[in-house]
Write a protein that binds this ligand. Structure first.
Ligand code: ACO
Length: 330
């Protein structure tokens, strides 16, 4: 087998809606408090997209930034792999809508449904497309409008989620040492009932009953998800490091899925990494599912915490259950 890296992450770009929804505003809608939310989750505010702002539009803004930073034009894209748990429509894929918005006429475009680790799954697919010779330049996107599938009458989930998009240009390795050194993805479908949307799909199509029962919104068993998440994040850390042949001490920055500060802290503890080497911005955006890793990575790059040559560990878990990780030399 040809040694890695086959592919490198050439850039990252993000977009978030301007509307900020604070914990204090939520206390006016739900029986909750800023103190409870901050203490249990670390979240202080999240972004909410306007009704007319689609996932494809958020993705376009993030993608154009990522393309500009990598010096890539829409015609250079061979594939668009878009991860989302909140697609604009059930048919066609949001990736196809994004392709049209970008004018990426040479690309194949499709969605990946893997919930919160969607960005890591999409990165893995992109690396595979490049390794097989199918593609040279792939646009990887994680984008969500979770506010449309969140039940704002359910205090156990309404406090957690937010909207946003992140994108990365992944291209054939230029042989300068940077690149994707390992990826790991895994799932356990038996855990699906812990976090799911019961209605609105083809098993229980959208109907007056589905809407009345609020079954088109996410349902979650928070405590069980928490425990499974801590286990999944630990395994994902270990596997990505093992496959890359690097130790946790060699990692410059851990960039975890931003779901809950306590899950992030447990993951860092398992990996034996101090919190000073962990990127946290769950306080600003809440859980943005597949957008969460690129949103954290982009902030880390902007703050100079990730520089050319930095070794980073991406790790995420989510509905499915799905989990995944990657070690990347930036
Ligand atoms: N404000 C005040 N009280 C609340 C709130 C709230 N927003 N939500 C729940 N409570 C109450 C509960 O009703 C319960 O009250 P009771 O003891 O009287 O019954 C009490 O707080 C404790 O509830 P728990 O659910 O046990 O609280 P916990 O400490 O587990 O925190 C939380 C809940 C924050 C949801 C936590 O379980 C969690 O973060 N779980 C992981 C969730 C997650 O990461 N999901 C995303 C997965 S990724 C994806 O793919 C989308």
């Amino acid at each position: 087998m040809i040694p890695r890296p086959f592919a490198e992450m050439a850039s990252v770009g993000v977009a978030v809606p301007p509307r900020v929804l604070t914990n204090h505003e939520l206390t006016g809608m739900l029986d909750t408090s800023d103190e409870w939310i901050v203490e249990r989750t670390g979240i202080r505010e999240r972004r909410i997209a306007a009704p007319e702002q689609s996932v494809a539009m958020l993705s376009q803004e993030a993608s154009e930034l990522a393309m500009e930073r990598a010096g890539v034009s829409p015609a250079d894209l061979d594939a668009i792999v878009l991860a989302t748990a909140s697609p604009d429509r059930l048919l066609p894929s949001t990736a196809c809508d994004l392709q049209a918005l970008l004018g990426a006429d040479n690309a194949a475009a499709f969605d990946v449904g893997a919930a919160c680790p969607g960005f890591v799954y999409a990165l893995t697919v992109a690396e595979g497309l490049i390794a097989s010779g199918q593609s040279r330049t792939v646009l990887v996107v994680g984008a969500e409008k979770l506010s449309t599938i969140t039940d704002f009458q359910d205090r156990s989930t309404a406090i957690l989620f937010g909207d946003g998009a992140g994108a990365s240009i992944v291209r054939r390795s230029s042989g300068n040492g940077r690149g994707i050194l390992s990826t790991f993805i895994k799932s356990d479908g038996r855990l699906a009932p812990l976090l799911y949307r019961p209605g609105g799909g083809s098993s229980d199509p959208i109907s007056e009953r589905v809407v009345c029962e609020r079954n088109h919104f996410m349902k979650m068993a928070g405590r069980e998800v928490f425990k499974a998440a801590v286990r999944a994040m630990a395994e994902a850390c270990d596997e990505a490091l093992r496959r890359a042949g690097v130790s946790a001490e060699e990692i410059d920055l851990l960039v975890p899925h931003q779901a809950n500060l306590h899950i992030i802290e447990a993951t860092a503890k398992h990996a034996g990494m101090p919190m000073s080497k962990v990127m946290v911005n769950v306080d600003r955006y809440g859980n943005t599912s597949s957008a969460s890793i690129p949103l954290a990575l982009d902030q880390a790059v902007a703050e100079g915490r990730v520089k050319p040559g930095s070794l980073i560990l991406l790790v995420a878990f989510g509905a499915g259950f799905t989990w995944g990780s990657a070690v990347v030399r930036w």
